[in-house]
Design a protein around this ligand. Sequence first.
Ligand SMILES: Cc1cc2nc3c(=O)[nH]c(=O)nc-3n(C[C@H](O)[C@H](O)[C@H](O)COP(=O)(O)O)c2cc1C
Length: 440
Amino acid sequence: MTRQILIGMHLGNGYGNLPGAWRAPAVDPTSYTSFDAKVRHAQAAERGKLQFLFLPDGPTHVGDIANEPPNFNLDVMVTLAAIARETSHIGLVATGSTTFNEPFNLARQFKALDVLSHGRTGWNAVTSSGEDVAANYGQHIPSSPERYGRAHETVQLVQALWGSWGETAWVHDKATGRFADPEQVAPISLGGEYVASRGPLYIPPSEQGQPVVFHAGGSPNAHEFAGRWANAVIGAAFTIDDARAQRAAFREAAKRAGRNPDEIKFFAGLMTTITADKREGLDRRITLSGRTFPQRAAYLGRMLGLYLDPARLDEPLSAAQLSEARPSPGDPRSVHALKIARQGWTVRDILAHGVIDYHPVIVGPAAEAADHMQEWFEADAVDGFWVSPDIYDGGVDAFVDGVVPILQDRGLFHREYDGATLRDHLGAPAQYGVDPRITR
Ligand SMILES: Cc1cc2nc3c(=O)[nH]c(=O)nc-3n(C[C@H](O)[C@H](O)[C@H](O)COP(=O)(O)O)c2cc1C
Protein backbone atom coordinates (compact mmCIF):
# COMPACT_ATOMS: atom_id res chain seq x y z
CA MET A 1 0.00 0.00 0.00
CA THR A 2 1.28 3.50 -0.75
CA ARG A 3 2.52 5.39 2.26
CA GLN A 4 0.02 7.99 3.44
CA ILE A 5 0.19 10.82 5.96
CA LEU A 6 -0.83 9.99 9.54
CA ILE A 7 -2.45 12.76 11.60
CA GLY A 8 -2.91 13.28 15.31
CA MET A 9 -4.80 16.15 16.94
CA HIS A 10 -3.45 17.94 19.99
CA LEU A 11 -5.94 18.30 22.83
CA GLY A 12 -4.76 20.54 25.62
CA ASN A 13 -6.67 22.78 27.97
CA GLY A 14 -10.05 22.79 26.19
CA TYR A 15 -9.57 26.11 24.36
CA GLY A 16 -6.78 25.94 21.75
CA ASN A 17 -3.16 26.92 21.27
CA LEU A 18 -3.67 30.71 21.29
CA PRO A 19 -3.26 32.16 24.78
CA GLY A 20 -6.48 34.15 24.34
CA ALA A 21 -8.50 31.31 22.78
CA TRP A 22 -10.63 31.17 25.94
CA ARG A 23 -11.91 34.68 25.11
CA ALA A 24 -12.83 33.96 21.46
CA PRO A 25 -16.46 34.85 20.63
CA ALA A 26 -17.76 31.30 20.15
CA VAL A 27 -15.85 29.79 23.07
CA ASP A 28 -17.34 28.99 26.46
CA PRO A 29 -14.79 30.40 28.93
CA THR A 30 -15.41 27.46 31.27
CA SER A 31 -14.36 24.84 28.69
CA TYR A 32 -11.31 24.13 30.87
CA THR A 33 -13.54 22.03 33.15
CA SER A 34 -16.07 20.95 30.49
CA PHE A 35 -15.81 17.31 29.50
CA ASP A 36 -18.63 17.94 27.02
CA ALA A 37 -16.33 20.38 25.21
CA LYS A 38 -13.49 17.87 25.10
CA VAL A 39 -15.79 15.15 23.79
CA ARG A 40 -17.08 17.55 21.12
CA HIS A 41 -13.51 18.34 19.95
CA ALA A 42 -12.61 14.63 19.91
CA GLN A 43 -15.72 13.79 17.88
CA ALA A 44 -14.83 16.49 15.35
CA ALA A 45 -11.36 14.98 14.93
CA GLU A 46 -12.86 11.51 14.54
CA ARG A 47 -15.21 12.82 11.85
CA GLY A 48 -12.04 13.70 9.90
CA LYS A 49 -10.73 10.13 10.39
CA LEU A 50 -7.68 11.38 12.25
CA GLN A 51 -5.55 8.57 13.63
CA PHE A 52 -5.26 9.80 17.22
CA LEU A 53 -5.70 12.51 19.83
CA PHE A 54 -2.55 13.56 21.65
CA LEU A 55 -2.78 14.87 25.21
CA PRO A 56 0.47 16.36 26.52
CA ASP A 57 0.94 16.63 30.25
CA GLY A 58 3.32 18.60 32.48
CA PRO A 59 2.00 18.39 34.98
CA THR A 60 2.49 21.95 36.08
CA HIS A 61 1.61 25.47 35.06
CA VAL A 62 4.31 28.08 34.58
CA GLY A 63 2.28 30.53 32.50
CA ASP A 64 0.52 33.76 33.29
CA ILE A 65 -2.54 32.49 35.20
CA ALA A 66 -3.85 36.05 35.60
CA ASN A 67 -4.46 36.19 31.84
CA GLU A 68 -4.08 32.70 30.41
CA PRO A 69 -5.44 29.23 31.20
CA PRO A 70 -3.15 26.36 32.20
CA ASN A 71 -1.58 24.44 29.31
CA PHE A 72 -2.85 21.01 30.18
CA ASN A 73 -5.99 18.99 30.84
CA LEU A 74 -7.41 18.61 34.32
CA ASP A 75 -6.25 14.99 34.13
CA VAL A 76 -5.32 13.22 30.91
CA MET A 77 -6.56 9.76 31.88
CA VAL A 78 -9.91 10.97 33.20
CA THR A 79 -10.37 13.08 30.05
CA LEU A 80 -9.61 10.16 27.75
CA ALA A 81 -11.90 7.86 29.72
CA ALA A 82 -14.74 10.31 29.07
CA ILE A 83 -13.80 10.62 25.38
CA ALA A 84 -13.44 6.84 24.96
CA ARG A 85 -17.11 6.36 25.80
CA GLU A 86 -18.26 8.92 23.19
CA THR A 87 -16.01 7.94 20.24
CA SER A 88 -15.44 4.65 18.44
CA HIS A 89 -12.27 4.74 16.33
CA ILE A 90 -9.87 7.57 17.05
CA GLY A 91 -6.71 6.66 19.00
CA LEU A 92 -6.27 8.10 22.50
CA VAL A 93 -2.70 9.01 23.41
CA ALA A 94 -1.90 10.37 26.87
CA THR A 95 1.41 11.52 28.26
CA GLY A 96 2.66 9.77 31.40
CA SER A 97 5.99 10.57 33.04
CA THR A 98 8.42 7.72 33.64
CA THR A 99 10.23 9.88 36.21
CA PHE A 100 7.30 10.76 38.46
CA ASN A 101 5.12 7.65 38.28
CA GLU A 102 5.47 4.11 39.56
CA PRO A 103 5.45 1.48 36.77
CA PHE A 104 2.63 -0.48 38.38
CA ASN A 105 0.34 2.57 38.40
CA LEU A 106 1.21 3.40 34.77
CA ALA A 107 0.67 -0.20 33.66
CA ARG A 108 -2.68 -0.38 35.41
CA GLN A 109 -4.12 2.94 34.27
CA PHE A 110 -3.04 2.65 30.64
CA LYS A 111 -4.15 -0.95 30.23
CA ALA A 112 -7.47 -0.19 31.88
CA LEU A 113 -7.97 2.69 29.42
CA ASP A 114 -6.97 0.36 26.58
CA VAL A 115 -9.64 -2.13 27.63
CA LEU A 116 -12.21 0.65 28.10
CA SER A 117 -11.44 2.11 24.65
CA HIS A 118 -11.38 -1.31 22.93
CA GLY A 119 -7.72 -1.08 21.98
CA ARG A 120 -7.27 2.59 21.10
CA THR A 121 -4.83 3.71 23.78
CA GLY A 122 -1.29 5.03 23.43
CA TRP A 123 1.17 5.94 26.20
CA ASN A 124 3.47 8.88 25.50
CA ALA A 125 6.27 7.82 27.83
CA VAL A 126 8.29 10.94 28.64
CA THR A 127 11.04 11.59 31.14
CA SER A 128 9.75 15.10 32.08
CA SER A 129 11.83 18.22 32.48
CA GLY A 130 11.64 21.35 34.61
CA GLU A 131 12.11 21.93 38.32
CA ASP A 132 8.55 23.18 38.60
CA VAL A 133 7.26 19.71 37.68
CA ALA A 134 9.69 18.00 40.05
CA ALA A 135 8.61 20.31 42.87
CA ASN A 136 5.08 18.91 42.69
CA TYR A 137 6.56 15.57 43.72
CA GLY A 138 8.86 17.05 46.35
CA GLN A 139 11.87 16.28 44.17
CA HIS A 140 14.50 17.80 41.88
CA ILE A 141 14.86 16.84 38.21
CA PRO A 142 17.35 13.97 37.95
CA SER A 143 20.17 14.10 35.39
CA SER A 144 19.44 12.94 31.83
CA PRO A 145 21.24 9.57 32.27
CA GLU A 146 19.26 8.94 35.46
CA ARG A 147 15.95 9.95 33.86
CA TYR A 148 16.54 7.75 30.85
CA GLY A 149 17.93 4.91 32.98
CA ARG A 150 14.69 4.89 34.92
CA ALA A 151 12.66 5.30 31.72
CA HIS A 152 14.15 2.17 30.15
CA GLU A 153 13.44 0.12 33.27
CA THR A 154 9.96 1.57 33.59
CA VAL A 155 8.80 0.75 30.07
CA GLN A 156 10.23 -2.76 30.29
CA LEU A 157 8.41 -3.30 33.59
CA VAL A 158 5.17 -1.81 32.34
CA GLN A 159 5.20 -4.03 29.25
CA ALA A 160 6.07 -7.07 31.35
CA LEU A 161 3.12 -6.27 33.62
CA TRP A 162 0.86 -5.90 30.58
CA GLY A 163 1.95 -9.37 29.48
CA SER A 164 1.60 -10.90 32.95
CA TRP A 165 -2.06 -11.75 32.31
CA GLY A 166 -1.65 -14.21 29.42
CA GLU A 167 -3.37 -13.51 26.15
CA THR A 168 -5.68 -16.53 26.49
CA ALA A 169 -5.79 -16.64 30.28
CA TRP A 170 -9.34 -15.41 30.68
CA VAL A 171 -11.67 -18.38 30.45
CA HIS A 172 -14.80 -16.95 32.19
CA ASP A 173 -16.72 -20.20 31.60
CA LYS A 174 -19.87 -20.17 33.72
CA ALA A 175 -20.59 -23.84 33.01
CA THR A 176 -17.27 -25.15 34.33
CA GLY A 177 -16.85 -22.43 36.89
CA ARG A 178 -13.36 -21.66 35.63
CA PHE A 179 -12.68 -17.92 35.66
CA ALA A 180 -9.06 -17.79 34.48
CA ASP A 181 -6.12 -20.08 33.80
CA PRO A 182 -3.75 -19.54 36.75
CA GLU A 183 -0.82 -20.91 34.75
CA GLN A 184 -1.07 -17.86 32.53
CA VAL A 185 -1.41 -15.22 35.24
CA ALA A 186 1.98 -15.06 36.90
CA PRO A 187 4.19 -12.62 38.82
CA ILE A 188 6.99 -10.97 36.86
CA SER A 189 9.26 -10.20 39.85
CA LEU A 190 11.46 -7.76 37.92
CA GLY A 191 13.66 -5.18 39.51
CA GLY A 192 16.43 -2.89 38.36
CA GLU A 193 18.44 0.03 39.62
CA TYR A 194 15.45 2.38 39.80
CA VAL A 195 12.14 0.49 39.83
CA ALA A 196 10.71 -2.92 40.61
CA SER A 197 7.42 -4.80 40.67
CA ARG A 198 6.23 -8.26 41.49
CA GLY A 199 2.93 -8.38 39.64
CA PRO A 200 0.91 -9.85 38.09
CA LEU A 201 -1.35 -7.12 36.82
CA TYR A 202 -4.88 -8.46 36.79
CA ILE A 203 -6.03 -6.97 33.48
CA PRO A 204 -6.79 -9.06 30.39
CA PRO A 205 -5.69 -7.97 26.88
CA SER A 206 -7.56 -5.34 24.91
CA GLU A 207 -8.48 -5.66 21.24
CA GLN A 208 -4.94 -4.49 20.38
CA GLY A 209 -3.34 -6.53 23.15
CA GLN A 210 -1.74 -3.64 25.00
CA PRO A 211 -1.25 0.14 24.55
CA VAL A 212 1.10 1.51 21.90
CA VAL A 213 4.20 3.29 23.27
CA PHE A 214 4.97 6.83 22.09
CA HIS A 215 7.87 9.09 23.10
CA ALA A 216 8.61 12.83 23.00
CA GLY A 217 12.16 14.03 23.42
CA GLY A 218 15.04 15.27 21.32
CA SER A 219 18.38 14.20 22.83
CA PRO A 220 20.54 11.22 21.81
CA ASN A 221 19.19 9.51 24.95
CA ALA A 222 15.69 10.07 23.59
CA HIS A 223 16.69 8.48 20.26
CA GLU A 224 18.00 5.36 22.00
CA PHE A 225 14.95 5.13 24.25
CA ALA A 226 12.42 5.52 21.43
CA GLY A 227 14.48 3.30 19.14
CA ARG A 228 13.97 0.44 21.56
CA TRP A 229 10.49 0.91 22.88
CA ALA A 230 8.38 3.35 20.85
CA ASN A 231 6.16 2.96 17.81
CA ALA A 232 5.72 6.71 17.43
CA VAL A 233 7.55 9.92 18.28
CA ILE A 234 5.84 13.24 19.00
CA GLY A 235 8.41 15.62 17.55
CA ALA A 236 9.14 19.29 17.12
CA ALA A 237 10.90 20.61 14.00
CA PHE A 238 10.96 23.95 12.22
CA THR A 239 12.51 22.95 8.92
CA ILE A 240 12.31 20.01 6.55
CA ASP A 241 16.03 19.35 7.01
CA ASP A 242 15.69 19.29 10.80
CA ALA A 243 12.67 16.97 10.67
CA ARG A 244 14.40 14.66 8.22
CA ALA A 245 17.49 14.47 10.43
CA GLN A 246 15.39 13.75 13.54
CA ARG A 247 13.34 11.10 11.78
CA ALA A 248 16.53 9.46 10.49
CA ALA A 249 18.06 9.47 13.99
CA PHE A 250 15.04 7.66 15.45
CA ARG A 251 15.01 5.18 12.57
CA GLU A 252 18.72 4.45 12.99
CA ALA A 253 18.20 3.88 16.71
CA ALA A 254 15.39 1.43 15.93
CA LYS A 255 17.71 -0.46 13.59
CA ARG A 256 20.41 -0.60 16.28
CA ALA A 257 17.80 -2.14 18.59
CA GLY A 258 17.15 -4.88 16.03
CA ARG A 259 13.86 -3.49 14.80
CA ASN A 260 12.52 -2.54 11.39
CA PRO A 261 12.76 1.29 11.19
CA ASP A 262 9.25 1.45 9.72
CA GLU A 263 7.99 0.38 13.16
CA ILE A 264 8.69 3.90 14.48
CA LYS A 265 6.68 6.81 13.04
CA PHE A 266 7.87 10.39 13.37
CA PHE A 267 5.26 13.15 13.85
CA ALA A 268 6.15 16.83 13.51
CA GLY A 269 4.05 19.52 15.14
CA LEU A 270 1.92 21.91 13.08
CA MET A 271 -0.10 24.80 14.47
CA THR A 272 -3.08 26.00 12.44
CA THR A 273 -5.25 29.05 12.00
CA ILE A 274 -7.35 27.98 9.01
CA THR A 275 -9.35 30.88 7.55
CA ALA A 276 -10.75 31.79 4.13
CA ASP A 277 -8.07 34.42 3.67
CA LYS A 278 -4.83 35.25 5.41
CA ARG A 279 -5.92 38.71 6.65
CA GLU A 280 -8.79 37.19 8.61
CA GLY A 281 -6.41 34.70 10.23
CA LEU A 282 -3.80 37.32 11.08
CA ASP A 283 -6.46 39.54 12.65
CA ARG A 284 -7.77 36.66 14.76
CA ARG A 285 -4.28 35.92 16.01
CA ILE A 286 -3.67 39.59 16.78
CA THR A 287 -6.88 39.75 18.80
CA LEU A 288 -6.16 36.55 20.73
CA SER A 289 -2.39 36.76 21.23
CA GLY A 290 -1.40 40.36 20.46
CA ARG A 291 -1.01 41.19 24.15
CA THR A 292 2.39 39.47 24.05
CA PHE A 293 3.60 41.22 20.88
CA PRO A 294 5.57 44.16 22.37
CA GLN A 295 7.70 41.66 24.28
CA ARG A 296 7.92 39.36 21.29
CA ALA A 297 9.01 42.22 19.02
CA ALA A 298 12.18 42.52 21.10
CA TYR A 299 12.82 38.80 20.66
CA LEU A 300 12.08 38.98 16.94
CA GLY A 301 14.71 41.74 16.73
CA ARG A 302 17.27 39.45 18.35
CA MET A 303 16.36 36.68 15.89
CA LEU A 304 17.14 39.05 13.02
CA GLY A 305 20.11 40.84 14.56
CA LEU A 306 18.19 44.16 14.72
CA TYR A 307 16.70 46.47 17.31
CA LEU A 308 12.91 46.55 16.84
CA ASP A 309 11.03 49.29 18.66
CA PRO A 310 7.99 47.77 20.48
CA ALA A 311 6.21 51.11 20.01
CA ARG A 312 6.35 50.80 16.21
CA LEU A 313 4.56 47.50 15.61
CA ASP A 314 2.51 48.88 12.73
CA GLU A 315 5.45 49.59 10.46
CA PRO A 316 7.19 47.13 8.18
CA LEU A 317 10.96 46.78 8.41
CA SER A 318 12.74 49.55 6.51
CA ALA A 319 14.92 48.82 3.50
CA ALA A 320 17.96 49.55 5.64
CA GLN A 321 16.79 47.11 8.35
CA LEU A 322 16.08 44.41 5.77
CA SER A 323 19.53 44.68 4.27
CA GLU A 324 21.14 44.67 7.72
CA ALA A 325 19.08 41.70 9.02
CA ARG A 326 20.90 38.41 9.62
CA PRO A 327 19.00 35.29 10.78
CA SER A 328 20.36 34.13 14.14
CA PRO A 329 22.07 30.73 13.86
CA GLY A 330 20.90 30.06 17.43
CA ASP A 331 17.21 29.98 16.51
CA PRO A 332 16.02 27.68 13.71
CA ARG A 333 12.93 29.89 13.21
CA SER A 334 14.97 32.93 12.15
CA VAL A 335 15.27 32.13 8.43
CA HIS A 336 11.50 31.81 8.12
CA ALA A 337 10.95 35.00 10.16
CA LEU A 338 13.21 36.93 7.78
CA LYS A 339 11.40 35.48 4.78
CA ILE A 340 8.08 36.78 6.13
CA ALA A 341 9.63 40.18 6.99
CA ARG A 342 10.88 40.50 3.40
CA GLN A 343 7.30 40.13 2.17
CA GLY A 344 6.66 43.62 3.57
CA TRP A 345 4.36 42.82 6.51
CA THR A 346 4.28 45.11 9.55
CA VAL A 347 6.04 43.86 12.69
CA ARG A 348 2.62 43.12 14.20
CA ASP A 349 1.68 40.99 11.19
CA ILE A 350 5.05 39.23 11.13
CA LEU A 351 4.43 38.17 14.74
CA ALA A 352 0.83 37.20 13.87
CA HIS A 353 2.31 34.72 11.35
CA GLY A 354 3.49 32.78 14.42
CA VAL A 355 7.19 33.08 13.59
CA ILE A 356 8.06 32.68 17.30
CA ASP A 357 5.74 29.77 18.07
CA TYR A 358 6.61 26.24 19.23
CA HIS A 359 6.04 24.69 15.79
CA PRO A 360 5.55 25.86 12.21
CA VAL A 361 2.30 27.84 11.98
CA ILE A 362 -0.10 27.98 9.02
CA VAL A 363 -2.28 31.09 8.92
CA GLY A 364 -4.70 31.21 6.01
CA PRO A 365 -6.52 28.94 3.55
CA ALA A 366 -6.65 25.17 4.04
CA ALA A 367 -4.61 24.55 0.88
CA GLU A 368 -1.58 26.18 2.52
CA ALA A 369 -1.66 23.63 5.33
CA ALA A 370 -2.13 20.78 2.83
CA ASP A 371 0.82 22.04 0.76
CA HIS A 372 3.04 22.23 3.85
CA MET A 373 2.11 18.70 4.91
CA GLN A 374 2.60 17.30 1.41
CA GLU A 375 6.01 18.94 1.00
CA TRP A 376 7.36 17.63 4.30
CA PHE A 377 5.88 14.17 3.79
CA GLU A 378 7.21 13.78 0.26
CA ALA A 379 10.65 14.91 1.44
CA ASP A 380 10.71 11.90 3.84
CA ALA A 381 10.91 14.35 6.73
CA VAL A 382 7.87 12.95 8.56
CA ASP A 383 5.43 10.06 8.72
CA GLY A 384 2.75 12.45 9.82
CA PHE A 385 1.83 15.50 11.90
CA TRP A 386 0.29 16.31 15.21
CA VAL A 387 -1.88 19.29 14.57
CA SER A 388 -2.60 21.96 17.15
CA PRO A 389 -5.52 24.25 16.19
CA ASP A 390 -5.66 27.85 17.37
CA ILE A 391 -9.18 27.42 18.83
CA TYR A 392 -10.63 23.94 19.27
CA ASP A 393 -14.19 25.16 18.79
CA GLY A 394 -14.28 25.71 15.04
CA GLY A 395 -10.54 25.11 14.53
CA VAL A 396 -10.80 21.31 14.53
CA ASP A 397 -13.72 21.54 12.09
CA ALA A 398 -11.79 23.97 9.88
CA PHE A 399 -8.99 21.42 9.62
CA VAL A 400 -11.30 18.46 9.13
CA ASP A 401 -13.55 20.15 6.56
CA GLY A 402 -10.81 22.16 4.83
CA VAL A 403 -7.46 20.40 4.94
CA VAL A 404 -8.48 16.74 5.17
CA PRO A 405 -10.50 16.65 1.88
CA ILE A 406 -7.61 18.27 -0.01
CA LEU A 407 -5.17 15.66 1.30
CA GLN A 408 -7.67 12.91 0.47
CA ASP A 409 -8.16 14.21 -3.09
CA ARG A 410 -4.37 14.20 -3.50
CA GLY A 411 -4.27 10.56 -2.34
CA LEU A 412 -2.25 11.55 0.73
CA PHE A 413 -4.72 10.73 3.49
CA HIS A 414 -7.07 7.80 4.03
CA ARG A 415 -10.83 8.21 3.62
CA GLU A 416 -11.86 5.60 6.20
CA TYR A 417 -10.43 3.85 9.20
CA ASP A 418 -9.20 0.45 7.99
CA GLY A 419 -9.19 -1.05 11.45
CA ALA A 420 -10.54 -0.29 14.89
CA THR A 421 -7.40 -0.10 17.05
CA LEU A 422 -4.60 2.44 17.38
CA ARG A 423 -2.14 -0.28 16.36
CA ASP A 424 -4.17 -0.68 13.13
CA HIS A 425 -4.18 3.07 12.50
CA LEU A 426 -0.40 3.36 12.89
CA GLY A 427 0.48 0.08 11.19
CA ALA A 428 2.26 -0.91 14.42
CA PRO A 429 3.10 -4.61 14.71
CA ALA A 430 1.29 -6.85 17.15
CA GLN A 431 2.95 -7.02 20.56
CA TYR A 432 1.96 -8.48 23.88
CA GLY A 433 4.23 -8.15 26.88
CA VAL A 434 7.84 -7.13 26.27
CA ASP A 435 9.40 -7.24 22.82
CA PRO A 436 11.73 -10.27 22.89
CA ARG A 437 14.05 -8.57 20.38
CA ILE A 438 14.73 -5.79 22.89
CA THR A 439 14.97 -7.75 26.13
CA ARG A 440 16.93 -10.77 24.89
C1 LIG B 1 7.33 17.69 20.91
C2 LIG B 1 7.60 17.41 22.34
C3 LIG B 1 6.53 17.23 23.21
C4 LIG B 1 6.75 16.99 24.56
N1 LIG B 1 5.69 16.81 25.38
C5 LIG B 1 5.91 16.62 26.70
C6 LIG B 1 4.82 16.48 27.58
O1 LIG B 1 3.66 16.49 27.20
N2 LIG B 1 5.10 16.32 28.90
C7 LIG B 1 6.39 16.30 29.39
O2 LIG B 1 6.56 16.14 30.59
N3 LIG B 1 7.42 16.44 28.56
C8 LIG B 1 7.22 16.60 27.24
N4 LIG B 1 8.28 16.76 26.41
C9 LIG B 1 9.62 16.83 27.01
C10 LIG B 1 10.34 15.53 27.10
O3 LIG B 1 9.69 14.66 27.96
C11 LIG B 1 11.76 15.70 27.67
O4 LIG B 1 11.69 15.95 29.02
C12 LIG B 1 12.50 16.85 27.09
O5 LIG B 1 12.45 16.81 25.69
C13 LIG B 1 13.98 16.74 27.54
O6 LIG B 1 14.42 15.46 27.22
P1 LIG B 1 15.64 15.22 26.28
O7 LIG B 1 16.82 15.36 27.20
O8 LIG B 1 15.54 13.86 25.73
O9 LIG B 1 15.55 16.23 25.19
C14 LIG B 1 8.08 16.94 25.06
C15 LIG B 1 9.17 17.10 24.19
C16 LIG B 1 8.93 17.31 22.85
C17 LIG B 1 10.12 17.45 21.93
